[in-house]
Design a protein around this ligand. Structure first.
Ligand SMILES: Nc1ncnc2c1ncn2[C@@H]1O[C@H](COP(=O)(O)OP(=O)(O)O)[C@@H](O)[C@H]1O
Ligand SMILES: [Mg+2]
Length: 308
């Protein structure tokens, strides 16, 4: 697969000295769906805004389809559709005009059949003559997507596309993204929902404090993240884990009151039932058990710690 976006040594220091991007190196492959996953304030919007030419980088270089985003701005930008995080758009324009105008901005000839198809795909066809100000929040977001697609971009950026949207729009959006991929469009979406990255992406990049701390195929990452822990709270403290329980690699808490079993939620090589039976067989009584799964927050923390 060839590289669609090449980002090398990209940095951003905002006025006032805040370092929003440490040197970022990242290649996006043509035709992939790439999820940039990170907590609020990590630098996702900053990164996208630089690639789309809305914010100037402090250092480094970006090419889109081989075009440098500074030197060959127009060629690079023409390849890109951007669905911004914030819902800002004209108020008095009609839906149809707004989308047609967006296409014209990129110098593309009018194509009413294409605009119609985009509006139908996004369930906006019935609203085509409505003024934008009369649309609901979800409809406005659909409109932003329609505008971003109006000029047939080869790369689509979706910045937090499903934050605060209803289930129906989320489903439509995912379907739309899959359809775009089938047409060979490269899609980059940012999110702080791991489920979204899991559902959609071929590859996932994790960004934290302006640094890309990991880029991995989704399948590999999900395997790493799909870890659960079972904690068994004992009746009596245990001085040591009996050898008969060695296969579970249990961790004993310092006070001996709790045993913790870490397992892969996807695979069931050693079931929880087997463990509890083995505890009983070893004469170990417990008063409570509970399971926990790493939250995204935990995952970030552990990734950052691994990195340090
Ligand atoms: N125009 C700006 N001036 C100064 N700081 C900014 C500006 N825009 C964003 N930041 C800061 O840069 C960091 C990254 O922001 P942003 O890229 O929006 O993160 P994300 O999209 O991951 O939530 C945040 O700490 C934010 O406060
Ligand atoms: Mg953002």
């Amino acid at each position: 697969m060839s590289t669609m976006i090449a980002i090398s040594g990209l940095t951003k220091t905002y006025e006032g000295g805040f370092e929003a991007l440490k040197p970022v190196h990242l290649d996006i492959r043509e035709g992939e769906i790439f999820a940039l996953l990170g907590p609020n304030g990590a630098g996702k919007t900053t990164l996208i805004s630089i690639v789309c030419g809305l914010v100037n980088a402090s250092g480094g270089r970006v090419t889109v389809g081989g075009h440098d985003i500074v030197r060959d701005y127009r060629q690079a930008r023409a390849l890109i559709g951007l669905v911004p995080q914030e819902l800002t758009t004209e108020a008095f324009e009609s839906v149809w005009n707004a989308v047609s105008f967006s296409r014209g901005l990129f110098g593309k000839p009018a194509d009413p059949a294409r605009i119609e198809r985009i509006l139908r795909d996004l369930s906006l066809w019935d609203k085509r003559d409505n003024r934008i100000m009369t649309l609901s929040g979800g409809m406005k977001r659909r409109l932003l997507i329609a505008k971003a697609l109006s000029h047939e971009p080869r790369v689509l950026f979706l910045d937090e596309p499903t934050a605060g949207v209803d289930v129906e729009l989320r489903r439509d959006m995912w379907q739309l993204v899959r359809g775009l991929q089938a047409d060979g469009v490269t899609v980059i979406l940012t999110t702080h929902y791991i489920e979204e990255a899991e559902e959609m992406a071929d590859r996932i990049g994790v960004i934290s404090r302006g640094e890309i701390i990991l880029v991995e195929d989704k399948a590999t990452l999900m395997h790493k993240l799909g870890r659960k822990q079972l904690s068994v709270h004992l009746q009596e403290p245990l001085a040591a884990v009996p050898a008969t329980l060695g296969a579970w690699a249990l961790e004993r808490s310092d006070d001996g009151q709790t045993l913790t079993y870490t397992y892969d939620a996807e695979r069931h090589e050693r079931g929880i039932g087997d463990l509890l039976n083995a505890l009983s067989a070893a004469g170990i009584a417990y008063k409570d058990v509970n399971t926990t799964q790493s939250s995204l927050e935990d995952i970030f923390v552990s990734l950052v710690r691994e990195k340090a």
